[in-house]
Design a binder for this molecule. Structure first.
Ligand code: GDP
Ligand code: MG
Length: 440
């Protein structure tokens, strides 16, 4: 794929002590081919290569001690710029409700995205109404109702005999009446762009005047996705793009070209079929993913999302009061488990040669976690609360109960003591830091 090809090129560059203009030209030729093969729009590739080349043959690079690295840095910077520079958040209207209209071809992922967005906004305490305005696709309304049910968000519908424009209008009225913060309108798509569809969408748009008109496109369709984005933008003047199915075997072309071709930012990425599989689109993270530099930031965010914020706060309060017990320790471990297999997380660490991953026995770590869990579960409530009462006869009983040894129990107790000390320091530190929270 693209990442592999770029990494090969970069490897050659890195290996060179000094770069000639010819070296840069050769590297640029390879980058160009790799991008074209990944379905990046031709004109976008041409402009991109021009700006990188111009900078790469400059004095700055030639005289640098690590010219190869320097060129890679330039490619990275230009790629980030191409994708919009920085993330573009969803705009929330100062006059609620914020109307968000989702448009796109059939199968792009609109209905799924409507629910994903609802869940995402719900996390920042927005009250939401979903509106089912696709009256053509069989069971489209039911689909949205089921998804809404899963995340406990109401779905407005007038059935499939009503006119989509009327549904959208009545949906927004309903949201106003019920003081909702956000209305998300799921619309119909067709297999291809056609006049009738565009007219219907234009009519809905002029009737409800959405604050955001977001185009949902399937990233797997590559160059087509970009053409679709261009047409929809011309007809509907969209405010942003959402790329779905970025989890699949996409060649990256759509992610790279959409902003350059339409001038509209990519706001979100769909990365799976589950409703939590939604990511804010960060151009810099996408660039490092494409260049194979790993994605440490996504990793951190994943950790933050998984660890239940309320639990984290409780934990912190306990720590401050020295009440952190083995039971809490167990709780924390199960939170860690929710982050998924260790292997997936490790793959996101930049600079790691993942081909060697299979040699490392990551299962060992998970086995250790299971051992710890068994030991703690073999303790009485009293012991979990106050480990200092665990004398040698208690240790013997716990080891036996958990199928481990006294050494294992000792090791756990001393680890716990250490963790408690460390976390106390951490809690004190956090208390002094202002907590940055997600805001629109
Ligand atoms: P719509 O016709 O535009 O409303 O598309 P749907 O929301 O019905 O989605 C079409 C199919 O794509 C469904 O099977 C979804 O589960 C799937 N889908 C949607 N988004 C994603 C995604 O980000 N990743 C993957 N792998 N599948 C997705
Ligand atoms: Mg749909």
């Amino acid at each position: 794929g693209l990442t592999h090809k770029l990494q090969e090129t970069f490897k050659k560059l890195r290996g060179k002590g000094k770069l000639t203009e010819k070296d840069v030209k050769e590297a640029m030729r390879e980058v160009k081919l790799a991008l074209l093969e990944a379905d990046v729009n031709y004109k976008v590739v041409k402009d991109f290569i021009n700006s990188v080349s111009q900078r790469a043959v400059g004095q700055e690079v030639m005289e640098s001690l690590t010219p190869g690295q320097h060129v890679i840095k330039i490619v990275n910077e230009e790629l980030i710029m191409l994708m919009g520079g920085r993330e573009s958040k969803i705009n929330i209207s100062p006059k609620p409700p914020t109307v968000i209209m989702l448009v796109g071809l059939q199968g792009a992922g609109k209905t799924t995205m409507a629910a994903k967005l609802a869940l995402h906004l719900k996390k920042s305490n927005k009250s939401i109404l979903l509106v089912a305005a696709d009256v053509y696709r069989p069971a489209a309304i039911k689909q949205l109702q089921i998804l809404g049910g899963q995340i406990d968000v109401p779905v407005f519908t007038l059935g499939d005999r009503a006119n989509p424009v009327d549904i959208a209008k009545a949906g927004v009225e309903n949201a106003k009446k019920n003081a909702k913060d956000v209305v998300i309108i799921d619309t119909a798509g067709r297999l291809h762009i056609d006049q009738e569809l565009m007219e219907e969408l234009q009519n809905i748009k002029s009737e409800v005047e959405p604050f955001e008109t977001l185009l949902v496109v399937d990233a797997m369709t590559g160059q087509d996705a970009v053409n679709v984005a261009q047409s929809f933008n011309e007809k509907l003047d969209i405010t942003g793009v959402i790329l779905t199915k970025l989890d699949g075997d996409t060649r990256g072309g759509a992610a790279i070209s959409v902003k350059a071709v339409t001038g509209k930012p990519i706001k979100f990425a769909g990365v799976g079929e589950k409703l939590s599989d939604l990511e804010i689109f960060y151009p810099d993270r996408m660039a490092s993913r494409i260049l194979g530099m790993g994605d440490i930031l996504s990793l951190i965010e994943k950790a933050q999302q998984t660890i239940d914020e309320k639990k984290a706060l409780e934990m912190q309060q306990k720590l401050e009061k020295h009440e952190f017990t083995l039971e809490d320790f167990l709780d924390q471990m199960s939170q860690m488990k929710k982050m998924g297999p260790l292997k997936d997380l490790i793959k996101m660490i930049p600079g790691l040669d993942t081909s060697k991953l299979d040699d490392i026995d990551l299962n060992e770590n998970e086995k250790e976690m299971a051992r710890i869990e068994a030991i703690i579960k073999s303790m009485t409530k009293e012991e979990r609360k106050n480990p200092s009462i665990i004398n040698s006869s208690r240790k013997k009983r716990i080891a036996k109960g958990s199928g481990t040894t006294i050494q294992d129990v000792n090791k756990l107790l001393s680890n716990f003591e250490q963790a408690r000390k460390m976390m106390k320091q951490f809690a004190d530190m956090q208390k002094h830091m202002k907590k940055g929270k997600f805001k629109f």
